[in-house]
Structures are given as C-alpha cells and as structure tokens.
Design a protein around this ligand. Structure first.
Ligand SMILES: NC(=O)c1ccc[n+]([C@@H]2O[C@H](COP(=O)([O-])OP(=O)(O)OC[C@H]3O[C@@H](n4cnc5c(N)ncnc54)[C@H](O)[C@@H]3O)[C@@H](O)[C@H]2O)c1
Length: 667
C-alpha cells in the first residue's frame, strides 16, 4: 500500500469568480507557533517540494489565518458522482467518497474553496492535502480495515472486522483545560484542530433540505403552542420574521411556505439571497421595507404562503417593524452567532462588504460594533415580545452572544447562562418536548446511485411505512414526505430528510435494505443530523430541556457514538462545538450503508434502536414526561432483549416544602 501525495507539484489554484470565499480568520500565532504550524503543514508534502511550498503555505497562514493548501484542491467543481463511478476495493469505501464530495459541491458548500460546508466554519477536513489523502485511503480500504480521521487528519488504516465501522471520525475534541474558543483558534491555525460543526465534518450534510423539515416542525409547533392552532392545522395567515439565508438558515423561507405562512427574512449578503432565489427557495426579494411589508400584509390577509428576502440588516428590519407598529406573529434569528466575532453576525450600520474588510483590518472595532448591534437587537426583540410576538432563539447562541455583549437582563439569574435565558430556545419549548423526547429526529438517506427514480421509489416506500393516525407528529411527517417531491427540496445528490422516531426509522431502513436486496434501487446511505434525541449534549440547544442538572455532562453523546461504533454503523463521528461553538456542545452522528445484505438488517435493528432510544432513555431519566412514556412502551415491546431504567418521579410540592423548611432552619 502506498498512500502519499505525489512528488509532482500540482498546478497553481484557480478561483472561479462568484464562488463565495471564507473571510480571513485573522492570523494570531506567535513566531514559535508559526514555525510549528508550517512544519505541520509540510508533513503532508514530499520533501523535494518543501522549498517551493513553504512560502506559499506561510502566505496562506498569514493572509487567511489558515493553511488550506489551495494548490491541492482538485480543479473545478467537486460533485458527488454515482457510487459505482468511484474507485475502491469495497462499496463502503466508495460510498464515503460520495458523501464527502457532496459536502464540497459549489451548490452545497458555503465556502467550497476552504472546505466549509455550512455554519460559517464547519469543515469537511482542515486542508486539501488531507482531502486528497482521505480519498486515497478510501480507494484502498477493504472490508477488513478502518480509517481513523482525527480533526481531518487521516491517521491511517487499521485492521478491523467486516462488521466494524469503515471510518471513525473525531473533530475538535479538546482537553478540558483548553476547551475554549481562543485555544481552539490557535490549535486550528497550527493545523491540529478542525471545526466539524455537525454533518460537515461528519460527512452527512445533504444540503439545506436537511434543515427544512426541522424548521417546518419548529414553526408548526411554535404556532400551535402560542396561537391556539389545532394539531392538524397549518400556519395560514401568520407572519414569521427572522434573519439568515445561509447554509441552514436558508431553509427558513421554504419551510415557512410549506407550513402555509408568510416569511420575511433579512440577509446582508446578496449572494446568498441570489442562491436561494435561483433555487426557488425564496420567492421575492427587495431592499425596500415598505414594499416588503405591503407584499407580506397582503399575503397574510389572503392566507397565502409567501417568502420574502430583505436585503439588509435584521436590526434595521426590526426597527422598521417596531416604529411602524407592524403585526408579526413569530420572530427568531439565524445569524451565525456561534461565531459572532468571526464574521457570523454582521453589525448594524455597516454593509456585508465593510464587515469583511473590517474583520481583516480592525478586529477590535468590529467586535465593538457587534456588541453594540446585539444590544440594540435585544432591545427591539424585548419591545416586540411585550407587544405579543413569540420570540425563540434558534440554537445559534444568539442569547449567549447578547449576554456576552453585556446585556445581563437576558439571563434568568441576571448574571450568567447557568439558569438559562428569559426567552425560550426552540429546543427548550418546541423540539425538546414535542419531537426529541418522543425519539423523533432528522433521519435521512442518500440514494448513492444518484438516480431520481431511486429517490422517488424510496419516498413512496417511506410514506407507506408511516401511520398518519398514530400521533400528530406522524401526520406532519406523512404530509412532509407526501409533498417532498412537489416541494423540490433536493440540492446536490439525491437525498431525503424525514423526521422519524425509533420504530419509524427501523421500519423504513429495513424496507429500503430489502429494496436494495431485490435490485429495485441502488445502494443507500442512511444516517441523521447530529441534532437528534441522543446524538448531542448541548445545554444551549439539544439538551436545553434537560433539567436534572445533567445538561453539563456529555455522557449521552459519547455513549451514543461508542454504541453506534460497537453495533457496526459504517461510519461514526464525534465533534466538539456543533452549531453553538467550542466547549458548548459535544455531538455525534453516523452513516449506515444499506447494501441489501441480511447482516445489515441485523445492524439496523440493533444500532438504530440504540442510537435513538439511548437518547430517549436519558431524557426519561431526566424525568421528561414524554420520554418516560416512550421508554415504558419500549420496555413492554422489547422485554426479551432490552430494558430501560425508569425514574420514580417525586412530588414537587413534597420536595419544595421539605427544602424550604430545611433552608429556613439554616437561616
Ligand atoms: N436551522 C437550524 O435548524 C439550526 C439549528 C441549530 C442552529 N442553527 C444555527 O443557526 C446559525 C445559522 O446557520 P447557517 O448554517 O445558516 O449559517 P450561515 O453562516 O451559513 O448563515 C448565516 C447568515 O446570516 C447572515 N447574517 C449575519 N448577520 C446578519 C445580520 N445582522 N442581518 C442579516 N443577516 C445576517 C449571513 O450573511 C449569513 O448568510 C448557526 O449558528 C447555526 O448553528 C440553525
């Protein structure tokens, strides 16, 4: 086996005009660290080329804040090909290449030249040398080897068994003492840490569609919870205002229309408005707020779905809404506040172009403007909430960023985030109790053949597995999959998202594997977003409705990852950070290749059940009511093989009275 980069120098890189580029991340290494960083990057390069490449890499590090190794990027667009067109010694080696390439497609990736798939900083791996080596390993891998990838670096192939994972991926896992943004940035610039976000470094991103279904669920439940809308009704005649048309946030206009409502979404970067408009995911765009609210009010009155992009800053938009006393129902924000000082949030008063320039030239002023803008943003939200608008944090660390900008009153305890914030987060109020606690989560599949009719057949097969009368959530999921093709959600390779609980995922996966076995469809990769009942420990987001104090622990996500590896998922991933930032979450995911074999049926039954129910069991132990019910049901259904520990739930009054008395005596 010979896995090395070639001794010949690739051609200098070419950058296609109009393809978005990551901003300069701000070089911040000491002289000694810079030397180490340079030596680190040159580890991938045959020694005869060092003299030639050392200045190039150093220049990238100083001018862009990272060594990306642009010269090693394959020229042109990277696109997922049908799986059989890849080279390899086993199907899983080829399938993993499809997944990686799909994450880097110009139409999918946020900054494809910098290997960023979504969420401002979420990368497939750190640099193009790693990409090339990973591809070589995947071409060489057999059914008796596992590829180990540590923060994008392919450590090597190690012998394993056919039913072990073919790839084990970790990203950005830091020693507790260094587990903070600043130390992470140093590690990333030195070329030893990758920000995997969730499915970016977990190679399971399927384009913005992956988020549309979750956003649709969130909006439907937000409306139903707050405006007395029936479980079987949509959001007709309601207005949703938010910001961001990027990787995930770009799902908002589409999801709002599918939910029957009207959306006005602010976006400062015109290229992102154009992308979503060209895709048909946002219908109208303007920078004139008067025009926008005339369109919106008319559509609300008629009860017609509509989505509008506002080319401008969300704070300006909210100022307009507030001063003109305009009626809106739902309000959120999806700027990249998890990377608020890295360009994720554009401050009021400067354009997107000015923000990029200021980041390069005067970071201190940039940070000051961000804080000022966040404070104003908060004041406007507060006023709108007083007028009856329902605001929810969209898991982007918005409220934490406001707190860090100096607004103490956003914290429940007026000091820090330890007791949460005064506004709800979408998981705390909506996704947690109504989706995750039942085990529902973002199940997804990729038709590796790349054929439209495979996707069509799998959509129909999945729909046939759902009983819309079982629960309200099943009805919403049924409607989603029934209309999925009509809603034109696919960007990149043929893939589908479908929220399902444990039973639903198992039934659908078994059905798909049978279809592969019978030759009705080509091989399929199933997986999920890390944003799931058991995949992520994140107190500001996925575990925001865990209230037994264990939201500071990361046992669940770690156990989920280990259990999935032990049960034979094709690949598993565990990351630091996710959508909320370094040190604030540990999250993991998996991919399972459906090759039609009976062995895979067995993995589906064991591993999918563990993957979902491990999370539900932990939620049940945290005394979450709906999870307790689902766990009791599972204990009855699978009493021969599985058993979940069910908590005794203490009476609130009894505990409160006793504690009150004990504290009174201490005084
Ligand atoms: N959609 C979801 O389900 C979901 C779930 C959890 C977390 N999130 C979080 O949402 C955030 C957004 O994710 P993304 O992938 O879309 O990131 P992104 O960086 O691709 O998109 C954010 C967009 O916000 C725009 N923006 C920044 N400041 C602005 C401002 N002041 N006014 C108007 N527009 C502004 C940016 O130009 C950018 O296009 C992340 O923090 C992510 O972790 C999303």
């Amino acid at each position: 086996m010979h896995i090395k980069l070639p001794r010949t120098l690739p051609e200098p890189p070419e950058f296609v005009e109009g393809v978005r580029r990551a901003p300069d991340r701000g070089f911040r290494l000491s002289r000694k660290q810079t030397e180490v960083a340079l030596k680190n990057a040159l580890r991938y390069i045959p020694d005869g080329l060092h003299e030639r490449l050392a200045p190039e890499f150093l220049n990238e590090l100083i001018t862009r804040g990272k060594v990306y190794g642009y010269r090693y990027r394959p020229p042109g667009n990277i696109k997922a090909k049908p799986v059989h067109e890849y080279r390899g010694n086993c199907l899983s080696g080829k399938a993993l290449q499809v997944m990686i390439d799909n994450n880097l497609d110009f139409n999918i990736a946020l900054y494809p030249y910098e290997l960023v798939t979504y969420g401002e900083t979420g990368q497939v791996c750190q640099n193009w040398m790693q990409y090339r080596l990973i591809k070589q390993y995947l071409e060489a891998i057999t059914k008796e080897q596992t590829l180990v990838v540590q923060s994008g670096h392919p450590l090597g192939l190690f012998r394993s068994k056919p039913d072990n994972p073919r790839a084990i991926i970790t990203n950005g896992l830091m020693v507790g003492m260094y587990d903070n943004q600043e130390d992470w940035e140093i590690a990333a610039q030195m070329g030893v840490a990758n920000y995997g976000q969730m499915t970016a470094g977990g190679w399971m991103y399927i384009g913005p569609q992956g988020i549309v279904h979750g956003t649709y669920n969130t909006l439907l439940h937000a409306g139903r919870l707050n405006f007395g809308i029936g479980q079987d009704e949509d959001l007709k005649g309601r207005l949703f205002v938010s910001s961001g048309l990027g990787g995930m946030s770009g799902a908002q206009p589409k999801a709002t229309e599918i939910a029957g409502a009207v959306a006005v979404i602010a976006e400062v970067d015109y290229s992102r408005i154009k992308t979503r408009h060209d895709q048909g995911w946002v219908r109208k765009a303007s920078s004139d707020l008067k025009e926008i609210f005339t369109w919106a009010t008319e559509a609300v009155k008629k009860g017609e779905p509509l989505s509008i992009a506002y080319y401008g800053n969300i704070v300006d938009l909210l100022e307009y809404v507030e001063s003109n006393n305009l009626a809106i129902d739902l309000l959120s924000d999806q700027t990249s506040c998890h990377a608020v000082y890295d360009g994720g949030y554009c401050p009021q008063g400067i354009t997107f172009g000015e923000r990029t320039k200021l980041l390069e030239t005067d970071r201190k002023t940039f940070c000051r403007l961000v804080d000022k803008s966040l404070r104003r943003h908060f004041q406007l939200i507060k006023r709108l909430v007083e007028k009856g608008v329902y605001f929810f944090d969209y898991g982007n660390s918005f409220m934490k960023a406001v707190l860090d900008a100096g607004v103490k009153e956003i914290a429940r305890n007026g000091v820090d985030e330890k007791e949460g914030f005064i506004f709800p987060s979408y998981v705390e109020d909506i996704m947690g109790p109504h989706i995750f606690d039942f085990g529902y989560g973002p199940f997804r599949w990729v038709c590796l053949s790349g054929r439209d009719d495979d996707l069509d057949k799998t959509d129909k097969a999945a729909m046939a597995c759902i009983d819309p009368d079982r629960r309200g959530q099943d009805r919403d999921n049924y409607v989603w999959i029934r209309d999925a093709e009509k809603n034109k959600l696919v960007v990149g390779t043929r893939a589908r998202i479908l929220y399902q609980d444990a039973k639903g995922r198992i039934n659908i996966a078994l059905k798909f594997n049978e279809m592969v076995r019978k030759g009705e469809v080509g091989p399929i990769m199933i997986g999920r977003d890390h944003h799931d009942p058991g995949g992520t420990d994140s107190p500001l987001r996925e575990t925001a409705n865990i209230r037994d104090g264990s939201n500071v622990m990361v046992d669940m996500a770690t156990q989920c990852f280990a259990g999935n590896a032990a049960r034979g998922m094709t690949f598993v991933a565990l990351h630091n950070g996710g959508g909320v930032g370094i040190g604030k979450a540990i999250n993991g995911g998996f991919g399972l290749l459906l090759d039609g074999s009976e062995g895979v049926d067995e993995i589906i039954r064991m591993a999918i059940s563990w993957d979902v129910m491990g999370g539900v069991a932990r939620r049940a132990w945290a005394r979450n009511e709906n999870s307790i019910l689902v766990s009791i049901e599972k204990n009855e259904d699978r009493s021969d093989t599985d058993h979940i520990t069910i908590p005794y739930v203490a009476d609130d009054e009894l505990v409160e009275k006793m504690v009150e008395e004990a504290f009174a005596k201490r005084r």
